[in-house]
Write a protein that binds this ligand. Structure first.
Ligand code: 1CP
Length: 381
């Protein structure tokens, strides 16, 4: 499906941005940079705005979600906004009993750990999400209205792209089966072997739900889509390939047909598909397989240097990452050297988007993030 002409990618306002070009495997004047969890608790303006509003209520308030998405873009002049939402929002929208507890994360009314509980969950038609997604569409539209006139640092004019995101089926299932956060996702890893049929049903359903959530964000104006399989690093490669990868591929199939018109040098206008990034924590052993489910670019955590990651994902794959978030609290000369090292290693990939190896720690001094953006833009050509 070709995106509508007013979509930022079709209209050309973000298709030549540093970010989208890097995800296509091209280099620009400098390396683009954004930070996972750039919106949120490291920003005083976020903490002020959130007083008295529960997390999921904030996600479903279009004006508030747009404002929180924009805060780090205005402050740091990063090369992308990441939509302020959460991976459990589509579950909430279709009526699953879930809340986000401060300091803990998503907690469900019950765990979905056996065939009968899973049958009850999967009886919900994932397609109803599309009717419930009004607040998501409105929040994205409000966000890109401001981003369309907000240029990243070093650019006088132009738009900043918005990245949409969703949780991968395994990471969502890790919460659903346990009924909340867990350290090693043991119950989910047991279920995939103990009852492979129920597991497949759960993954198939979750893939469609989260795929539709991602599609909604792209249709509303997001210029790239990131699938977070945060907890996939707890799996062996064999389990990932057999019990997880097919569902992640299915989730991504909901955005793979979304294309925009690009004009090549010959003046012809072939369609380019919306770039998809796939990220997980501790997934050094899985990088090739994570690319293989249909990602255009792979996000790398801080454990594997980017030049090593490049050899694992194969030739020609753009990379995103991977400064250890712990270094944000180190003395500036140490951080400066670490940023430059990430940039140097990232040069082996055809495109590189600078990021952290996982989310911004809540106690991070936001002025340090702004300084990292400046350094990446100065040094990253
Ligand atoms: O009240 C609060 O401020 C709650 C903290 C919070 C925030 C700010 C949560 C609860 N989610 C979010 C927003 C969020 N979640 C974003 C938004 C924007 C940004 O990145 O700037 C994103 C991308 C997510 C995605 C998300 N939620 C992931 C994948 C990314 C990752 O960090 O690996 C995961 C695993 C979640 C679950 C979740 N939601 C919240 C928490 C604290 C957690 C993790 C819980 C756990 O450790 O299991």
């Amino acid at each position: 499906m070709i995106l509508p002409p007013q979509h930022p990618l079709s209209a050309g306002s973000t298709s030549d941005s540093r970010l989208v070009r890097a995800y296509r495997g091209e280099r620009s004047d400098t390396t683009p940079v954004w930070f996972m969890r750039q919106a949120g608790r490291s920003l005083p303006e976020y903490r002020d705005l959130r007083v008295g509003t529960r997390m999921l209520d904030a996600c479903l308030d279009p004006a508030m979600a747009a404002e929180i998405t924009l805060q780090p873009v205005r402050r740091h002049r990063v090369d992308a906004g990441i939509f302020f939402s959460d991976i459990v929002v589509p579950l909430k929208l279709v009526g699953v009993d879930v809340e986000i507890q401060p300091g803990r994360g998503p907690v469900f009314g019950k765990g979905y750990a056996d065939a009968s509980a899973i049958a009850e969950l999967t009886a919900i038609d994932p397609a109803i999400l599309d009717e419930k997604s009004g607040p998501i569409t409105e929040a994205v539209e409000r966000t890109i209205a401001e981003l369309s006139t907000t240029a990243p640092a070093g650019r006088e004019t132009g738009a900043t792209p918005l990245i949409g995101f969703a949780g991968a089926p395994f990471t969502l299932a890790a919460y659903l089966v346990e009924g909340g956060p867990s350290k090693d996702h043991l119950a989910a890893r047991t279920l995939m072997h103990a009852d492979p049929g129920a597991w497949r049903d759960l993954m198939h359903w979750t893939a469609e739900l989260t795929g539709r959530f991602l599609r909604t964000q792209v249709l509303a104006g997001a210029s790239a889509a990131q699938l977070f399989d945060s907890w996939a690093g707890g799996l062996s490669l064999a389990d990932y390939e057999q019990h997880v990868a097919p569902a992640s591929a299915r989730a991504l199939s909901f955005v793979h047909d979304l294309a925009y018109e690009t004009t090549d040098a010959s003046g012809e206008a072939p369609g380019s598909t919306v770039p998809v990034i796939h990220f997980g924590v501790g997934t050094g052993e899985l990088l090739g397989a994570m690319r293989g489910v249909g990602a255009d670019a792979v996000g790398v955590d801080y454990r594997v240097p980017l030049d090593v990651a490049a050899s694992r994902v194969g030739d020609g794959v753009p990379l995103q990452g991977n400064l250890d978030p712990a270094l944000l609290a180190a003395p500036w000369p140490v951080l400066d050297a670490a940023v430059r090292d990430v940039l140097r290693r990232g040069r082996v990939a055809p495109g590189h988007v600078f990021n952290l190896g996982h989310g911004v720690p809540p106690e991070t001094d936001p002025t340090v993030l702004t300084r990292v953006v400046e350094l990446v833009h100065e040094a990253g050509a």
